[in-house]
Design a protein. Sequence first.
Length: 124
Amino acid sequence: MRDRARALRRNLTPEERLLWRALRGGRRVGGAVFRRQAVIGPFIADFACLERRLIVELDGSQHVARHPYDSERTAWLQSQGFRVLRFWNHQVNTELDAVVALILEALGAPPGLGNLPHAAGGGG
């Protein structure tokens, strides 16, 4: 699993790279430190702030067909005390400031809030 995570870190999607630029550098967003392609149990999260128990996932069009898997994955992550925030790739490309603002808002939310659905915006 660690080798797979390393490979994913070396081959970020353009949207992951764009969001990582906004999140990296330690404590840039709301005082939080994010990891990219973080191994959490049997899964690899796109971005995770372990300290604040927040996971940020970027979804492309392939996730429409993977909805049952993503739902099970999210349920497991929630059972471990994580909140999951999902964005469509399109949102990162066209509304990066709004995406970062929603991440900031989620970082300030009380623990146990649960899954946070896709924010408004286009798919894919």
